[in-house]
Design a protein around this ligand. Structure first.
Ligand SMILES: Nc1nc2c(ncn2[C@@H]2O[C@H](COP(=O)(O)OP(=O)(O)OP(=O)(O)O)[C@@H](O)[C@H]2O)c(=O)[nH]1
Ligand SMILES: [Mg+2]
Length: 193
């Protein structure tokens, strides 16, 4: 069952326009094009909530979505995408700094998304460090598992967990395209809120 009654509550890089600090939040982070917006849509049972694009860098600011389960999903821009428009966009580091400074106490989990076919990047490691620094639980979501065969699906979580130095139970496999693993992600989020 997807999250109920998903709605956009804010879309801005400016904290003045962010929602009141009154609900547990989950931050969706990861390299550009990894499937953050697609996963949010899959969890919410819609294709239209978060903007999904063919070219990297579609999500440019923090997008806050609220669901009836009493949590907010926060869609972050992807890192590793350089083409910022200086007039309209602030860089990823500044945006994350703002978010963590103001809302790290609200953030009950960072969902660090990684393409299941790739290795851990330096930016992924930095994100993990941020989670440690602010004492926020981390869930690693390996995305696009429809691109992996069964053997690789079995192997990959342990490899990534070892590389990042986290428990294998913190690594989940998902395919937003096939709606696989999404129920498990929701259950974990609700248990963390
Ligand atoms: N095969 C497959 N493709 C996927 C899956 N999830 C997302 N994609 C594709 O990956 C591309 C990027 O998806 P987005 O959800 O926009 O990724 P994002 O991480 O939000 O990207 P940015 O906002 O640019 O950082 C799109 O072409 C999606 O259709 C999946 O589970 N399987
Ligand atoms: Mg996006």
């Amino acid at each position: 069952m997807p999250f109920k009654n998903p709605r956009v509550v804010a879309t801005s890089p400016d904290p003045a326009y962010w929602p009141a600090a009154d609900l547990p939040e989950f931050l969706f982070a990861g390299k550009s094009n990894v499937g953050k917006s697609s996963l949010i849509n899959a969890l919410c049972g819609t294709k239209k909530l978060a903007y999904v694009g063919q070219t990297p860098g579609k999500t440019r600011m923090l997008n806050f979505y609220e669901v009836n389960e009493g949590i907010r999903l926060v869609d972050a821009p992807g890192y590793g995408y350089q083409k910022t428009d200086p007039k309209r966009n602030i860089d990823f580091g500044t945006l994350m700094e703002r978010y963590f400074d103001l809302r790290s106490n609200l953030c009950k989990g960072i969902l660090l998304l990684m393409d299941c076919r790739r290795d851990v990047s330096e930016d992924d490691r930095l994100m993990k460090q941020l989670a440690d620094e602010f004492d926020i639980p981390l869930l690693v979501i390996l995305t696009k598992t429809d691109k992996l065969n069964t053997t690789e699906k079995k192997r990959k979580p342990a490899l990534i967990a070892k590389d990042l130095g986290i428990a294998e139970s913190r690594v989940l496999l998902t395919s937003s395209a096939k709606k696989e693993g999404t129920d498990q992600v929701m259950q974990r989020m609700l248990a963390m809120k």
